[in-house]
Design a binder for this molecule. Structure first.
Ligand SMILES: [Fe+2]
Length: 198
């Protein structure tokens, strides 16, 4: 009985998941939770499922304005994370309802630098995208980490943000030999499928 009571207190006060197998936790962050750093400077947690079901990204606010996003393995420069431990349909909703709704100037700092590979994949889907061609050329002259993208640029180069674009849909139609133009969601899912084996 005492153990059950202690468990309830732990869950209520610290929001410790019952099935947690990670030691040393002092608490669990949920969607919109804030970590204050300084006056007007804070991190805000955002639940961004897809790569995994529990994935959290962190927005960096300076002077109370969202400046950057630490997107972990959920969202990469010119790509998104795989969904082997998550769900591609959920990733689609996260991109549509969260990443695409962010202000254009928000900078993206992901957990890995896969930008060159992602840009090459992007050109495989949309070979005449001049923004992608220019960025790939530019990257080859720069040091790793020197190129930082923002949401505005991602909307031009990242095929996973461009599922509504007819050229991308057309490309998916051809690659999968479809008799119809795929929907936005199907385009996204097929892009993920292609990237898994690329
Ligand atoms: Fe990772």
């Amino acid at each position: 009985m005492a153990i059950v009571f202690l468990l309830i207190i732990l869950i209520v006060i610290f929001n410790v998941p019952v099935n947690s197998n990670i030691g040393g936790e002092s608490g669990v962050l949920g969607d919109k939770d804030i970590i204050n750093l300084d006056e007007g400077t804070y991190l805000q947690a955002y639940h961004t499922p897809g790569h995994t079901y529990d994935h959290i990204s962190f927005g960096l606010y300076e002077n109370n304005k969202l400046e950057a996003l630490f997107s972990g393995d959920s969202f990469f420069n010119a790509g998104i994370g795989n969904c082997y431990s998550g769900d591609s349909k959920i990733a689609y909703n996260t991109v549509k309802d969260f990443y695409l709704q962010l202000p254009g100037e928000v900078k993206i700092y992901p957990g890995h630098d896969y930008m060159q590979t992602n840009l090459k994949f992007s050109l495989n889907i949309e070979s005449d995208n001049q923004y992608t061609i220019d960025l790939l050329n530019d990257m080859q002259k720069k040091q790793p980490g020197e190129v930082v993208t923002n949401i505005d640029l991602e909307k031009k180069i990242n095929p996973f943000l461009r599922f509504a674009n007819n050229k991308i849909k057309e490309s998916i139609k051809v690659k999968f030999n479809l008799s119809y133009l795929p929907s936005e969601e199907e385009t996204f899912l097929k892009l993920r499928e292609l990237r898994n084996n690329w």
